[in-house]
Design a protein around this ligand. Structure first.
Ligand code: NDP
Length: 364
């Protein structure tokens, strides 16, 4: 029997009030079951929304972890190592020491160990995994894949063309900068202003230039008078087109971002809702500028395109191996057997508020 600990919740609510650390045991695997030991699991904004009950994809409610009433394990993304497996799983080509990612959302990844069946996980083949750290593997499926598909699947950008994005310091945003750079695209990146802390703001801008951003401005600068002229200056008098916008934030600043798009068939793709504000679109953008407004959800895309998902992940891991794709800043949260639930939950709470230095990732 394997002893396991998991951050679980019995019903929806604010993470600090509903999460608790639950200990249980896992029986030896048989058939196509495997026992997993988690290596790294990030805290993504969607995980929080899922606990709050406001996310479209739901967690898995279960009594299989030894509770009378149903509970769910939080977390959707992560990488785990196979530590024991049944005969059926062996026949399927699995072995001890293999690394795997979750096939879809809702598995519950904020836990030390789990029992999984072969159809819930995807193997990272030896060659794919080579030279890749657990944190890199544990954060590759959602943010980089989202950025990758949004840059490829809405308009065919030619080398030297531009895209513009807000939430540029997010995991998705940083991935988009780097992928864009590797593919010869140029990027205008919008960040939240660090009010009263110019030094921090400049350091943040610099850190995005360091990974390949061409232009970095704050949301305040975006909404200032001179933005039209600045944009012309960046794009060679408007001759270089801005044909794609990636919207993580919404609200007024997103409308201002849409104004930077070139006329005639540009796409404005919304994938996040960080400001919790609605998106307002002037009719003229649709009628005269012919801008297309789209949405993207990586979970739905992956469900429809499992093979392409696999190759996208592999492509990003290849780029990481070649040094073309740097890790996002990470706040490593060590989760040892003795670590108290309160400490872990406090870290989850931290990600709800304020300006963070990096994405929280549980490392086991
Ligand atoms: P991260 O946790 O890496 O970063 C969050 C970002 O949001 C930070 O850059 C932060 O800005 C910004 N932010 C936080 N609060 C606000 C606010 N009130 N107004 C404006 N910006 C804010 O995020 P991820 O990259 O993991 O996710 C970003 C968004 O994308 C989330 O909404 C997430 O749900 C969504 N997403 C959607 C996917 C899809 O398939 N549709 C897939 C992956 C993510 P700062 O840098 O200033 O702190």
């Amino acid at each position: 029997y394997e002893q396991a600990k998991a951050l679980t919740f019995p019903s929806y609510g604010e993470p600090p009030s509903v999460l608790s650390l639950h200990t249980h045991s896992i029986s030896p695997p048989h058939g196509d079951l495997l026992t997993l030991r988690f290596l790294a699991s990030p805290i993504n904004p969607a995980d929080i929304n899922q606990i709050q009950g406001v996310y479209l994809s739901k967690p898995t409610w279960t009594t299989s972890l030894g509770t009378k009433d149903e509970i769910a394990v939080a977390g959707n993304e992560g990488v785990a190592e196979v530590i024991a497996l049944g005969e059926g799983a062996k026949k399927d080509g699995w072995k001890r020491g293999d690394w795997c990612l979750m096939k879809g959302p809702g598995f519950g990844t904020w836990r030390t160990h789990a029992s999984a069946s072969t159809d819930q996980i995807v193997k990272l083949e030896e060659g794919v995994r080579e030279g890749i750290t657990a944190i890199q593997a544990g954060t590759v499926s959602i943010n980089p894949c989202t950025a990758y598909r949004m840059l490829k699947d809405f308009v065919e950008l030619k080398e030297g063309e531009w895209f513009v994005q807000n939430g540029a310091n997010s995991g998705v945003g940083r991935a988009a900068i780097q992928l864009g750079k590797a593919w010869g695209l140029k990027s205008i990146n919008i960040i939240r202003a660090r009010e009263n802390d110019k030094e921090k703001e400049d350091a943040l801008k610099q850190s995005l230039y360091d990974v390949g951003a061409d232009v970095v401005i704050t949301d305040a600068e975006l909404q200032s008078q001179g933005i039209k002229d600045m944009s012309k200056e960046w794009t060679n008098g408007g001759r270089e087109k801005i044909r794609l916008a990636l919207n993580c934030v919404n609200g007024k600043a997103a409308t201002a971002m849409a104004k930077l798009l070139s006329s005639g068939g540009a796409h404005f793709v919304t994938y996040g809702a960080m400001s919790k504000q609605p998106l307002t679109i002037p009719a003229s953008m649709l009628i005269f500028k012919d801008i297309h407004f789209d949405g993207f959800w990586v979970s739905k895309w992956a469900e429809r395109n499992p093979e392409e998902k696999k190759t996208t992940v592999e492509d990003v891991l290849n780029m990481i191996r070649k040094g073309q794709f740097k890790d996002v800043p990470v706040d490593e949260i060590k989760w040892e057997w003795e670590t108290k639930g309160d400490e872990l939950i406090a870290k989850v709470k931290d990600t709800l508020e304020g300006y963070r230095e990096g994405k929280g990732v549980f490392v086991f």
